[in-house]
Ligand binder design. Sequence first.
Ligand code: C2O
Ligand code: CU
Ligand code: CU
Length: 498
Amino acid sequence: MKRRDLLVGATALAVAGATGYAWSQRGNGPVTDVASRPRLGMPPLLDTRDSGRLELTAMGGRTRFFGRNVSPTIGFNQPYLGPTIRMANGPLDVAVANSLQFPVSAHWHGLMVPGEHDGGPHLAISPGEVWRPDMNIDQLPGTAFYHTHVHERTATDVYAGLGGIIHVSDGRDDERGLPSNYGIDDLTIVLQDRQFDGEGRMVYGFSMMDQMHGLTGDVMVINGQIGAVAAVPRGVSRLRLINASNARIYPLFADDGRPLHLVATDGGFLPAPLEVETVTLSPGERVELLVDFSDGKPLTLMSGGDPNQGLGGMMGRFRGLFDRMIDRSFPVLPLLVDEKLPVRITSLPDDLGGELPNLPSAVRTRHFSLDMGMGGMMGGGMTGRGGMMGGFGINGRSFDMRRIDIEAERGSVERWIIGSPMLLHPFHIHGVSFQVVRQRGQQPSAENSGWKDTVLVGGETEILVRFDHPASREAPYMYHCHILEHEDGGMMGQLAVT
Ligand code: C2O
Ligand code: CU
Ligand code: CU
């Protein structure tokens, strides 16, 4: 038995036999059978820039991930996930219909819109209803994420497929020298890990560990596909990576050590590309990377093990030790060069026109502690839907939709100091872009140097936030851990901006 096999359960082994794509059988090296694999498809592009209209319908469907069986799934306008929505600044008339039998919402994660347009838990759409916010987009270009956000059903419903990607575009990527040919040299890559039964049906697990750490799977599903390979032209390609997983944190790197050039974080472009070897992406975070394929060589995007999972997960100070002893890395996505694809960009841009956040000093400081296991975790805390674990909270309080936790003044800057005594938690705030000032006493890492709306918190993280848009007490913003099982379990608070 190889040492890796010790780390995966019986389900994983069964799936490995069925698909060949579960990690336990892949080994840690490069993927070798790329030529015979299906090509990675992009979500269909829904360009709203001419019409100024966006119509989405949450619907049910059936998806064949692999093998002969189909899984019941949900999506926007299609059976699993939703279209990539391209939008520009200006008015946008939105209609989101719900054809499902349960409430859904359309939260625009990364859009700087007021609370009444934000699509959070207070804006749930009942079965058969249509939500029609008249929105106005006014922000820096970037890659955002939309998904359902109904309290206590976010984890299961996002898992089943109810999410999609947004490109906010100012139409100036050519000037920046950035690849912008959708699906050719500008790839949208939605990272999700899922669990499957031996018959190829997607399942949502309910183990104690899944609830405590958040649900992770042992099969990578990218843009709804398993085992695909992405094709790129012989030049520079742009990878827009979105972590749409419920809980998995991906420390990403190239198998051949090729440099990755970070050009955008959650909230928009950096001033210039930043060369990195690895970039860590936690749930809710986005990055845009440029990768140079001019030498024609393929590459496999790899991930290290999830720092919250495995042997190290609960063992704080031993984690690093185990990670060095046991290589838990796995392939995420192979990319190969297709000489037939048109080459548009052959060198890295030097000026992206982005800005590093530099907010003025704060009017007040608030402290947040991301808490687990407030009595309920090991005891009788199995409450909520599907046995969802209770016992998650912020500052000792579990989420309550009737309670406004924070009132901030519109236009003001606040310093938030967020601490996490256990595990790593991706901390997200609605309706704002923030600046990461310090992480565990250090300067922010490359992936946290630009504008952010989600930051992975371990130890103490200090951010500066300016509240530019209003959010009433009836339609407040949320701030929460983006491990969806933690969010549904109560690690979320409500923020009004007036
Ligand atoms: Cu992406 Cu409140 O969520
Ligand atoms: Cu959000
Ligand atoms: Cu969490």
